[in-house]
Design a protein around this ligand. Sequence first.
Ligand code: HEC
Length: 402
Amino acid sequence: MGAAPHFLGQMRKCVIVSAFGVLASVLASAAPDAASLERGKAVYSRTCIACHQPTGMGLPPVFPPLAGSEWVAKDASIAVRNIVNGMQGPITVKGVTYNSMMPPVAGLSDRDIADVVTYVANSWGNKGPSVTEAQVKSIKLKYVDRAAPWYAYELSEELAPKPAPAPVAEVRRPSVRPPAENQKKPENKRGFGSGMVFTEKGHVFTNHHVIKNYSKYYIVTYENGILKKKLPATLIKKDPQSDLAILQCREWNAPEGSPRLPPPIVPSRQCKLGAPVFVLGFPLPGTVSSNVKYTNGSVSDMSGLRDDSREIQHTAQIQPGNSGGPMALADGRIVGIVVSSLSESYALRASGALPQGVNFSVKSDYILNLAAIAEIDLPSAKPSSEPIEHVKAYTVQIMCED
Ligand code: HEC
């Protein structure tokens, strides 16, 4: 009995996949339909244009071209797979090697994906096949277990021979290891990140990647590089998908004189394009300063990413140790959790394409969700007249140990 649902699932997969085989052969020769191209152009303008550009020419050496791309011509499933999972690592397009990262494009329906891939394959002189919604569904089904971004050689071994085994490149996530002298004993590994206390009961949000390799968690206070306070915290809930975790530290108290309640977390839709935001987080302990660091910026205008993914893109510079800290609107309402800086992997500064850097925060909706799942009641807090001081009072440094 236990195996039956699984078996049925497998069967359903087979039926859908073989049905697609028939469908594909019928549709392969069809010319792209004008309505689909029209819709695809709209999707492209919303989601791909910021990187691959209106001309489809990309922005070498960071964003590869889609116009004349052998990858687009090769097989429509390549673009579909990139949209669903993203891609990373070296890829050679029209003789130029790129080595950056395309994030998955979230928020597109199967029809949107079919339309945009059809548009890309049939624009700027490209003459590819049209792709249908059914084909998109079957491609997704085929790779349903895949979570990580693709490498070029996985998309086509013909276009990119599989490299000799090498260390896997990762997107830089700014959670940090302490300075080398503290790392002498591998059995005493430590990691650091930031977080924010968001209930009176000491619930703290942070990034999952800050805590994931450790079993003990603390809220710590450093003074002049020396550990002053170390309060134990327990893991309440984690969500690797959205890169969030909730810890609880009952012993923690807000600094004297700060508002009794933490700053409110509000739905991310209250954060509009161009809105000024600030982020707070702790730098590497024992280095420049032990104090919480403030930077500000605004919600970036690359609207495709902002609208379509679980992350908000902004220009407030972050650095190692910031991961898991709050991102707030100017009035102190929390709309995101600092998560990563892709500026290095995009090498945007090198290319000069985006002078202000590209930083990401997980949308507050995901922490609101996770808190709801964990049945944590949020206080009905209000922003205060001193928003930066308020958020700062509740921003904490997190230390993890094995
Ligand atoms: C945030 C920037 C960004 C967005 C948005 C984006 N891409 Fe990409 N895309 C890239 C980068 C960077 C690469 C190369 C990644 C690498 O170096 O591994 C790439 C690679 C590709 C490739 C394979 C290489 C080539 O040039 O043919 C295809 C196809 C592609 N993207 C299609 C799309 C489509 C379609 C969309 C919109 C639905 C899209 N991308 C959205 C940045 C982006």
